[in-house]
Design a binder for this molecule. Structure first.
Ligand SMILES: Cc1cc2nc3c(=O)[nH]c(=O)nc-3n(C[C@H](O)[C@H](O)[C@H](O)COP(=O)(O)O)c2cc1C
Length: 185
């Protein structure tokens, strides 16, 4: 049975839900899946030999990726590259079709520039606006960003842009990565 490890970073919980949904997809395809918060991964360590495919996922926060994600990638780039692998990002700009592609999502392009690990497969996923749950300073800042990008600015807005069927479908596809040739480190 193909084992897929999904290591994720989350600030508000949405990327964690996406990681769990990917795992459901993997399991629906007959694979075995583990979702692991990057902070727990660093604490407990990872038995890399147990996993056939590894996926890393992170939300875009103020145009960047949390340090914990980039540190994880820097530390484990060889282990990541030694087996079939993928990366996904989660952002609100990906709510529009043109920014939901790898080429059209500037945060994915930024990731490719910054990351010493070049993932075999990339996925852009639209995230969630949740003003009521965000601290007031984040609310102000993100409303400003949204104003500039013609997104929602109502401070009461809770909008889930994630296409959950598409996430589950990508999860179902992930075990297939193990059937293609593993990349060389
Ligand atoms: C502090 C903060 C900053 C954000 N910055 C951006 C951004 O620069 N661009 C964007 O498209 N989305 C941005 N978002 C939206 C997040 O990417 C989106 O809400 C995502 O679903 C958050 O995932 P999480 O709940 O796993 O942290 C931001 C959200 C927060 C809370």
């Amino acid at each position: 049975m193909t084992s897929v490890l999904v290591v994720y970073m989350t600030r508000g919980g949405h990327t964690a839900r996406i990681a769990r949904c990917l795992c459901e997809g993997v399991e629906a395809a007959g694979g075995q899946a583990t979702a692991l918060d990057v902070r727990d991964a660093e604490k407990t360590g990872i038995d890399w030999a147990r996993h056939d495919v590894v996926v890393v996922g992170a939300p875009v926060l103020y145009g960047n990726y949390d340090k914990s994600v980039m540190r994880f990638i820097e530390r484990h780039k060889d282990a990541l590259a030694a087996r079939p692998n993928a990366f996904f990002n989660v952002s609100v700009v990906a709510r529009t079709p043109e920014k939901a592609t790898v080429a059209g999502n500037r945060y994915m392009q930024k990731f490719l520039e910054l990351s010493p690990w070049k993932p075999q497969e990339l996925k852009v996923i639209a995230g969630k606006v949740d003003y009521p749950s965000w601290p007031w300073w984040d609310r102000i800042m993100i409303r400003l960003i949204m104003k500039m990008t013609h997104g929602p600015t109502d401070p009461k807005a809770v909008i889930d842009y994630t296409d959950w069927d598409d996430v589950r479908a990508w999860g179902r596809h992930l075990p297939e990565l193990a059937r293609v040739t593993a990349p060389t480190a």
